[in-house]
Ligand binder design. Sequence first.
Ligand code: UT7
Length: 326
Amino acid sequence: MQNLKFLGTGSALPEKVLTNQDLERMVDTSDDWITGRTGIQERRIARDDVSTSDLAAKALSVACENAGMSPSDLDGIILGTSTTDTLFPSTACWVQERLGVRGMFAFDVSAGCSGFLYALEIASALMAAGRGRRFGVIGAEVMSKVVNWNDRGTCVLFGDGAGAAVIGPSDGDSGILASHWGANGSLAPCLYQPAGGTQRPATAVTVAENLHTVHMQGRHVFKHAVEAMASAALSAMDQAKLTADDIDLLIPHQANIRIMEATRQRCGVPSDRMFSVVAKYGNMSAATIPIAIHEAAQAGRLQDGSLLLTTAFGTGFTWAAHAIRW
Ligand code: UT7
């Protein structure tokens, strides 16, 4: 176990709300379908002039403020995202530029919806190895700019936002009790953005064919998400010698309430111990878990000593879970 603590958390959400009723006017869908299949009622959409680093920088500065420190005090910034500001440099470097800080290392983690938990795993390992004391860990996305707004199968699912945490050393017994992470690249084409990288650089054809947007085999993703999120969470619980009764709060990746519920049931955690923001924000990929953690902490659902179980699944496929003593 590493003695680390969440010193502060923060979030940033665009003001614009897009409801299911708004979507009914945009594509052939219904509030009933979206609510019944996903649990999502509304989501936030970033303005045209807002990029992922804007939301990430805001979330990180709130987290630093709540930790009683300045972003310049951080030893490193690790950011999970699939919707980078630019192909290079990393969005974490743009965050430094936005915040006016420099010197500390900064890089992105590309692990889709598992991005925040991957970033947390790396930060905790660096801390355990003595490679720094305070790290800014962020999950941030502007999914609305990579969604095909004519594809009802995907455009109703996603939203924009950023969540951040500052982690640092702890004198007490808080920390990451156990973790589990993994990936299966053979399933990469089940959920991806086909063009814009070196496989298919941007051309007039890739733009005309909408290849710069989310392509997803929904049912396939659903099935693997439930299996991987539950088994990663159970592995973390098992390693930490915890039973479902010990878990005070479950924060799964918030893609779809049915996936979250199925994961919760497989882990045996009672329904009143699962924290959900999916109805109001939709699937914000790497941002969902840190935003949910921040809102749970603000709501008093995470107290010193609370046992938090997180689990995520995303493009790659990737998965990760942590058993955390708050
Ligand atoms: O964060 C990780 C990444 N993503 C996910 O975790 C998403 C995982 N997948 C899912 O959440 C679900 O698969 C969806 C919510 C995307 C879809 O739910 P589903 O129960 O798997 O539905 P489906 O794709 O099998 O589609 C059922 C029907 C189809 O019509 P037919 O072929 O049965 O006539 C779709 O065309 O629903 C239709 N449909 C819609 N109808 C109204 C698909 N999208 C919509 C829509 N509104 N927005």
